[in-house]
Design a binder for this molecule. Structure first.
Ligand SMILES: *Cc1c(COP(=O)(O)O)cnc(C)c1O
Length: 240
């Protein structure tokens, strides 16, 4: 499959950026209140470099094995790497060492293992299963409170906020989930302390609603890179 041209990527980044600023303005939020995380799962290092050249410095990856060669290849590019996939406990060591942010901390065992492996402070979000969907990653709202208390105690983890993947039922349903997550974020703010500043919510289909509901980070793949190739044929797959 052909790589999208560098110009196409730059214009896609420009379009998403403009839509983000418009959503901030509609919500009465300051321009730049929301940061774009380009979700680069299944994308090659060449494609990532093109997005980096367009001015985006934050990238999100879901699969450790796919991410490793890309992180190595792009070492000189000054990229902040965000882990946004579900976490197997036997992968916590490499995740803690190679990523700067982990958005998907959803249980005590994973938090403890990330803390033990980290060689520097790791910024973390607690993933909340706000719609209580079975088989979905994330903790309950009550679980988030308990997990935050633990993360607060762990010296190498810095609690930054909450992350959500809402149920797949359209932008209006997603908006309700974003609103509930934003409310939980406010409720937990006293416990989160000075570093508590991040609401990681919104993807290509619903990021404008997420920004209107208070997102500070949106995780966008398709709208930046174009339609995603199937994972098994993607560059980097097979090295997992
Ligand atoms: C793939 C993915 C995204 C980006 O999805 P798009 O619809 O391509 O923007 C965001 N967040 C998570 C957790 C993902 O797995």
């Amino acid at each position: 499959m052909a790589h999208p041209a560098r110009q196409d990527i730059a214009s896609a980044v420009g379009a998403v950026d403009a839509a983000m600023r418009r959503a901030e303005r509609r919500a009465g939020r300051p321009p730049g209140a929301t940061r774009l995380i380009a979700v680069s799962k299944t994308r090659s290092a060449v494609e990532i470099a093109a997005v980096r050249a367009a001015g985006i410095a934050d990238f999100g990856e879901n699969y450790l094995g796919d991410a490793l060669p890309k992180i190595a290849a792009l070492e000189a590019r000054d990229i902040t790497w965000h882990f946004i996939g579900s976490i197997q406990s036997n992968k916590t060591r490499d995740i803690a060492r190679l990523f700067h942010w982990v958005h998907t901390v959803d249980r005590a065992r994973v938090a403890r293992r990330l803390d033990a492996a980290a060689e520097r402070v790791l910024d973390v979000c607690i993933q909340v299963n706000i719609d209580d969907e079975p088989q979905k990653g994330g903790t309950s709202a009550e679980g988030a409170r308990e997990l935050l208390a633990l993360v607060d105690e762990l010296p190498n983890l810095r609690p930054r906020g909450l992350m959500v993947i809402p149920r797949n039922a359209g932008a209006e349903a997603a908006r309700q989930s974003f609103r509930r997550l934003a409310r939980l974020f406010e409720e937990l703010a006293p416990a989160g302390g000075a570093s508590w500043d991040t609401l990681s919510m919104g993807m290509s289909a619903d990021y404008e609603a997420a920004i209107e509901e208070g997102a500070t980070m949106v995780r966008i793949g398709t709208a930046v890179f174009g339609p995603r190739p199937p994972r098994e044929r993607a560059a980097g797959a097979g090295q997992a």
